[in-house]
Design a protein around this ligand. Structure first.
Ligand SMILES: *Cc1c(COP(=O)(O)O)cnc(C)c1O
Length: 379
């Protein structure tokens, strides 16, 4: 019998310490390990770039939560993405990415990998015909985000997995926005999941990290080789903080969703709000697909403000409880202006976002306080 998500979040990879009985995996702040004779490794530990027990605990937990066979933890989400690309792509290969990909992902392709001979096409992944048309014989990966940032676009993971299989390509899903509690891409046919664990998995805005999870043992070995060869690993303290955060992922996500639903309800009836982006809205173009592949619809909400860019910036400036800041997924609510903050780097590109857009990461504070703060900011 496989254990439930909440049980895995608290126990997978985290047996009590055999020496002391400590119920929480210790922070193994060590670079190297004493060997019992040359080559006589204890439990396989040799050097902490290669493996560290605190990181192993996190990696096993993340693999269990995504329903994969191998998890690997990195110093950041970008380090995890970079590892996937370098392990799987060669000069001349082609990748399909979302036309509203995370800005850092777009920058990695556009500014870094283009110089190494990788080509890519931003495509609206909600449009399967557009994806099919963009596939070439050189297409190695289809890179998916769903829901996307900041427009909360939804892509059909199972349908894209089928397209990827037919094309002999791999399907990678950046599952940062949904978290494994709300969406399980490997079960829907994806080959690889990547995360910025900085966001919902860590959940407390106190650590930067990333992860790869795969359901293919051979791919897992390939990524582990590259993790060690390239070295962008999560340190033991960062791994410990992330592991501490992930234990409460399920309860936090449910509250993020509860609060986001109330915020959406308020925004939809507000006269100064011209459009609300949330996959939970029946009017959202991706609602049916989201309802099929997600448990609930998450804590991210974007909306457009009457009065254009200046009005949107004013709302961001006037919010008090919603802290003005980048990032997302922590217990505290954040507000930002994507056009001038997180998505400034994609201005003028196909990924440019509307100037009157405001993005919220709805936290788990008392929802009445959140509603009052937004009402005041919109006044
Ligand atoms: C933040 C983020 C990343 C990058 O992760 P870092 O931990 O900041 O390196 C990648 N994808 C998405 C969707 C993100 O939100």
């Amino acid at each position: 019998m496989t254990e439930g998500f909440e049980t895995l979040a608290i126990h997978a990879g985290q047996e009590a310490d055999p020496r002391t009985g400590a119920v929480v995996p210790p922070i193994y702040a060590t670079s190297t390990y004493k060997q019992d004779g040359v080559g006589g490794l204890r439990s396989g530990y040799e050097y902490s770039r290669t493996a560290n027990p605190t990181r192993t605990a996190l990696e096993e937990c993340l693999a269990a939560l995504e329903g994969g066979v191998r998890g690997l933890a990195f110093a950041s989400g970008m380090a995890a993405e970079d590892t996937v690309l370098r392990a799987l792509c060669r000069p001349g290969d082609h990748v399909i990415i979302p036309n509203d990909a995370y800005g850092g992902t777009y920058r990695l392709f556009h500014k870094v990998y283009t110089r190494w001979g990788l080509t890519f096409d931003p495509v609206p992944l909600g449009d399967l015909d557009a994806v099919r048309a963009a596939i070439t014989p050189a297409t190695r990966l289809i890179w998916v985000e769903t829901p996307t940032n900041p427009l909360l676009g939804v892509a059909d993971i199972a349908a894209l997995a089928q397209l990827a299989r037919e094309a002999g390509a791999r399907l990678v899903v950046d599952n940062t926005f949904a978290s494994p509690y709300l969406q399980q891409p490997l079960a829907l046919g994806a080959d690889i999941v990547v995360h910025s664990t900085t966001k919902y998995i860590g959940g407390h805005s106190d650590v930067v990290g990333g992860a790869i999870v795969t359901s293919d043992a051979e791919l897992g070995e390939l990524f582990a080789f590259h993790q060690n060869a390239m070295g962008g690993v999560a340190g033991p303290f960062d791994a410990w903080l992330t592991l501490r955060g992930v234990k409460t992922l399920a309860v936090r996500m449910d509250r993020h969703c509860d609060n986001a639903e109330r915020v959406v309800e308020m925004l939809c009836s507000h006269p100064k709000v011209t459009q609300v982006y949330y996959p939970g809205l029946p009017t959202h173009p991706g609602h049916e697909v989201a309802a099929k592949q997600m448990r609930r619809f998450g804590g991210m909400v974007s909306f457009r403000v009457a009065g254009g860019e200046e009005a949107a910036v004013r709302v961001c400036d006037r919010a008090r409880l919603f802290t003005l800041g980048e990032s997302l997924g922590g217990v505290e609510s954040l507000i930002e202006h994507p056009g001038r903050m997180t998505h400034q780097s994609v201005a003028g590109s196909p990924l440019e976002v509307p100037g009157d857009l405001v993005r919220l990461s709805v936290g788990i504070e008392s929802v009445d306080d959140l509603l009052a703060d937004l009402t005041e900011a919109l006044r």
